[in-house]
Design a protein around this ligand. Structure first.
Ligand code: EPZ
Length: 435
């Protein structure tokens, strides 16, 4: 288990290349199970969650091969990765074991593709995780409406289909709004179902759109992707194709905040600011300058920031996956900010760790009251989940002295070469082996 030692206080300046989206790549990799033949995916980041998905697909009869990188890194940063081939060679296996599911909840994404293509899926039930309960009832409900039958046995969800799935009209929203991976699971299954599926209450996140675009290239008939009403006309067969994964909007937002928190100047290459409209809106409100030129974003800040109120919401609202990072920034604002978490109301494990660094954050139910302080101090802190850990890295970049973050494997699940990328623009982050 590695740790980070971060010497704070440097102003970040330079260029960073944004990787492909983890949250788009994972369900898209699972969707490759639907195709006959080989699919080549470009822009798949090299992360431990992606390695877990490769392993899972290998166990499900896919030949997975990563090509060498075809270009140099930008501005002294690391080179991005070569394309990933996923070729389905054996269609007999249908099980996602607990060993893999417990390390990566996105394993649930194989449920829809396996049921539609192989008529059976056995997926270990994902347990709770650091950000809350995270049930999968909506995934199961949507697939049941398409005709799949489910039972649970020894900690596994076992789904079977008698014949072929059948399209229908359904509502898929839950108490906290739409479900991203649930929408993708049902959309994937409906792509090979008989007849039309109308999915009302669908998630509109760019990752859903990206997966729909992959499926369309494979031969699926999908309309309305990116809106709350998806229409899918089932087809008999899907074929392997080529697809480039969208840029990671959460990595991009994290680096935008890195520029802001260090009063720095960053040029973020290969990103899509359209996917970050609510984030840009909040950052501009706190006093950060954000400019766009083609696929590049210029972010800079040069003064103490104004406090704001922010509530996480489904897309296009402010993403829950950037809540912790924005909190790190607001800890240094000039006054009191209020953050409300509407997607995962318990996603506040970073609060205690930020307070250990001198922040003044008080939690009241799903809301955090952040009283800005003049400075943060380096401390030993613990990474608890992916985005909470990213918030601690941001706080460490600006804290006085040295911050030690233990258990950085959480960060490695979702940020490709984060310390190399940040060090290339002036950060001082050292990776050390935990004693
Ligand atoms: C995806 O998780 C992302 N994961 C999460 O990113 C992200 O936080 C989340 O979407 C919300 O944007 C991946 O893409 C791999 P949801 P997902 O189903 O799809 C409730 C990160 O840090 N719900 O949209 O699993 C749920 O509890 C991660 O990269 C049900 O009630 O999230 C939550 O309150 C973490 N029943 C809300 O819906 C269900 O069956 C939205 O969750 C499913 C979800």
């Amino acid at each position: 288990m590695d740790s980070f030692l971060i010497r704070g206080g440097t102003r970040l300046k330079g260029k960073i290349e944004i990787s492909g989206s983890k949250n788009s790549a994972l369900p898209i990799m699972a969707a490759c199970l639907l195709a006959d033949g080989k699919t080549t995916l470009k822009g798949v980041p090299r992360l431990s969650d992606i390695d877990s998905m490769c392993k899972l697909l290998g166990e499900l009869g896919c030949h997975v091969f990563r090509h060498e990188s075809d270009h140099e890194g930008i501005g002294g940063g690391p080179a991005l990765n070569g394309p990933l081939d996923i070729d389905v060679t054996d269609k007999t296996q249908c099980e996602a074991r607990y060993d893999i599911v417990k390390t990566m909840r996105a394993s649930i994404c194989i449920l829809g593709p396996l049921l539609a293509k192989r008529g059976k899926a056995v997926v270990s039930i994902p347990g709770g995780c650091a950000i809350g309960d995270r049930p999968v009832d909506l995934h199961v409900r949507g697939l049941q409406k398409l005709g799949a039958e489910f039972r649970t046995e020894n900690g596994n969800i076992i789904g079977t289909v008698n014949g072929r799935l059948k399209g229908c009209r359904m509502y898929l929203g839950g108490a906290q709004g739409p479900t991203v991976l649930g929408t993708i699971n049902v959309m994937c299954a409906a792509a090979l179902a008989e007849g039309e599926t109308v999915l009302v209450g669908a998630a509109c996140e760019p990752e859903v759109l990206d997966c729909a675009e992959l499926l369309i290239k494979m031969g699926a008939k999908i309309k309305g992707h990116g809106t709350p009403e998806l229409r899918i006309e089932g087809v008999d067969k899907l074929n392997g194709t080529e697809h480039r994964i969208i840029p990671d909007r959460i990595e991009c937002g994290t680096f935008m905040i890195a520029a802001a928190i260090t009063n720095g100047e960053l040029e973020l290459k290969h990103c899509n600011l359209d996917h970050l409209i609510a984030v840009t809106d909040r950052l501009e409100d706190v006093g950060v300058r954000v400019l766009r030129e083609n696929g590049t974003i210029f972010v800079s800040s040069s003064r103490r920031l104004t406090p704001v109120e922010m509530t996480t919401q489904p897309y296009p609202g402010f993403p829950t996956d950037l809540q912790a990072q924005l909190m790190a920034l607001l800890c240094l604002g000039e006054g009191m900010s209020v953050i409300t978490e509407r997607i995962f109301p318990d996603r506040f494990l970073h609060v205690g760790e930020l307070n250990r660094m001198g922040a003044r954050v008080r939690k009241e139910g799903p809301t955090a009251i952040v009283q800005g302080v003049k400075e943060l101090q380096g401390a030993s802190v613990m990474a608890s989940d992916l985005r909470a850990s990213a918030a601690l890295v941001l706080a460490g970049l600006v804290a006085k002295g040295t911050t030690r973050i233990d258990r950085v494997y959480h960060i490695d699940r979702g940020y490709e070469k984060i310390e190399q990328k940040l060090n290339a623009v002036g950060a001082q982050i050292e990776r050390v082996k935990e004693k």
